[in-house]
Ligand binder design. Structure first.
Ligand code: NDP
Ligand code: MG
Length: 384
């Protein structure tokens, strides 16, 4: 039985992680759980799983929860998330599942790596910002980082037992998001509500907006660079509206291996939780005869500039990926709050990326400082 330390338990990925655990009760034991503000969601989880420790992102939420559950130890803020990620430091068989959204996942991940805990990682922002710190640290502490993101799970499965030197390209597929059939002119007036309707996947709000701007694909390029250690020139993207091919690996001999499945995150989550085993699940089988045809097309970077910004950030390195992520997090929040228009998201990111005083090899403190200052700049300049 594996101990699970689950960050972001009340979110889209977190709930699916718990669904898999519920279906395999002899394989996993929940030790810690976290959420941000979802009090009722977390109360229900405490009653069901009796975790040893709980953390809420917001202190006020933690205070209310402490009154509701006096028997449970409840922390809050970054220190609470760190404790939830690193409780029982001697438990080297335990698994941290990081299903947080945004940069709040960065520090708990680093602290878990430092105690030698393996990580199933959904929280892509963590690798986007801190991949240069985390991957060498994971190597040093012999920590596995198992991807949950479906594209990286696909690549991981395609690379199985292959020599990384025989890889010509990783090819990451993109659905195109909620607005893929709209022109740039039409994008000027789209609403947050419309952006939140992804054509193929049901996900948390931020990643759904990130899919519509295609910055999500850019984050995945950066994530793939860190996870698989390949240079930017070998990481390609392609539009694949049907989302059945989750990504592909092209080898030097001309072979391309693809991973296909229904668009259901329980498949990559399950692969990460049970690795190296495959486990039976209730996801319907993919019917190729019903699907009939699949389409692939080049992605137009004029249509989706944020994808280009991500390649640029990876190429420039240092603080650039942190700036890209921070500007996006702030802009997406403003868009969801109806304070800016959809196309302002890319303008804000561009504006912040044009004024980076870059440092190569930034420390964690440098990254945290830059994240805070970019977000503050976006909020101040946008809301003045
Ligand atoms: P959700 O928004 O659905 O869930 C996020 C979780 O993190 C919730 O439990 C939320 O708590 C918690 N949280 C949010 N902000 C904070 C904070 N400041 N401090 C502490 N906890 C916080 O996100 P998703 O599940 O969709 O995505 C999670 C990650 O996985 C993201 O990085 C996303 O890009 C990635 N991903 C998601 C996929 C999907 O299908 N959803 C697919 C591939 C990758 P609360 O509920 O209280 O707000
Ligand atoms: Mg993905």
């Amino acid at each position: 039985m594996k101990n699970v330390y689950l960050l972001g338990a009340t979110g889209s990925i977190g709930k699916q992680v718990l669904d898999i655990i519920d279906n395999n009760p002899l394989d996993f034991h929940i030790v810690t759980l976290t959420a941000n503000t979802d009090l009722d969601g977390m109360s229900a989880l405490i009653n069901k799983y009796h975790p040893k420790y709980v953390a809420m992102g917001q202190e006020e939420a933690a205070n209310i929860l402490r009154i509701r559950h006096p028997q449970t130890e409840i922390g809050h803020d970054t220190l609470g998330l760190i404790k939830a990620a690193t409780l029982n430091p001697e438990d080297h068989e335990g698994l941290l599942v990081n299903a947080l959204v945004g940069m709040c996942g960065l520090v708990p991940t680093i602290k878990a790596v430092e105690i030698g805990r393996s990580i199933a990682l959904a929280n892509k922002e963590t690798l986007v910002i801190g991949g240069d710190l985390i991957m060498p640290l994971a190597k040093k502490h012999h920590v596995n980082i198992f991807p949950i993101d479906s594209e990286h799970s696909a690549i991981w499965q395609c690379l199985h037992d292959e020599d990384i030197n025989s890889v010509k390209n990783l090819i990451i597929t993109a659905s195109g998001g909620a607005f893929r059939d709209l022109s740039r002119d039409q994008l000027e007036s789209v609403t947050a509500e419309a952006a939140l309707k992804h054509p193929n996947w049901s996900m948390g709000a931020k990643i759904t907006i990130d899919c519509a701007t295609m910055i999500n694909k850019g984050f995945e390029v950066i994530e793939a660079h860190h996870l698989f250690g390949l240079p930017i020139t070998k990481i390609k993207t392609i539009l694949h509206k049907e989302s059945y091919v989750h990504s592909l690996v092209e080898f030097i001999d001309g072979s391309i291996i693809a991973q296909m499945a229904e668009h259901d995150m329980r498949i990559p989550i399950s692969y990460a939780l049970f690795y190296p085993q495959r486990k039976l699940n209730s996801v319907p089988a993919l019917s190729l005869s019903e699907i009939g045809k699949l389409s692939f097309a080049a992605i137009d970077l004029n249509r989706y500039p944020c994808l280009g910004y991500a390649y640029e950030a990876l190429e420039k390195g240092g603080l650039y990926p942190c700036v890209l992520n921070a500007a996006n997090e702030a802009a997406v929040q403003l868009f969801i709050e109806h304070k800016i228009a959809f196309l302002d998201i890319e303008t804000i990111i561009r504006g912040q990326m044009d004024h980076v005083d870059n440092i190569l090899n930034p420390t964690l403190e440098d990254l945290l400082k830059m994240d805070a200052s970019v977000k503050e700049a976006v909020f101040i300049t946008t809301l003045k």
